[in-house]
Design a protein around this ligand. Structure first.
Ligand code: CO
Length: 131
């Protein structure tokens, strides 16, 4: 009697264990893969773009991006400082960017956003935001 009961219990445990092992493995694998992808890929609507400031110019001068993109301006000059000034929107001018320094702005809405450099009014740039 006791032997039979033990056999049935151990059989049930084996079945249960064997049945669960594969799904658990794949669940763990899926979790690992999705965590890795999440670390590599930015979330939707969180794209990044860059405008270099070099040789007294914004490069590219016209940057086309999608809504939700964050633009980073990087001063790549050796000595000259610049700023990013969206004068036509009556926004405050950025701090002066010394070589290596950056400024960021996120554009949520479609539109055309012209800007200039504060100390060099002839330095012009445009951010074009469209789906
Ligand atoms: Co400038």
């Amino acid at each position: 009697m006791s032997n039979l009961r033990d056999d049935s219990v151990s059989t049930r445990q084996q079945r249960g264990g064997g049945g669960l092992r594969a799904p658990r493995f794949f669940a763990a694998l899926l979790l690992t893969v999705s965590l890795c992808l999440g670390a590599i890929m930015p979330a939707a609507g969180a794209e990044m773009a860059e405008v270099a400031i070099e040789k007294m110019a914004f490069v590219p001068q016209v940057l086309k991006i999608k809504p939700g993109t964050t633009v980073t301006w990087v001063n790549r000059e050796k000595r000259t400082n610049h700023s990013v000034f969206f004068e036509q929107e009556n926004l405050p001018e950025s701090d002066r960017l010394f070589p290596g320094e950056t400024y960021q702005r996120t554009f949520e809405k479609s539109g055309t956003y012209p800007y200039r450099c504060g100390p060099h009014p002839e330095m012009l740039g445009v951010i074009e935001v469209a789906e």
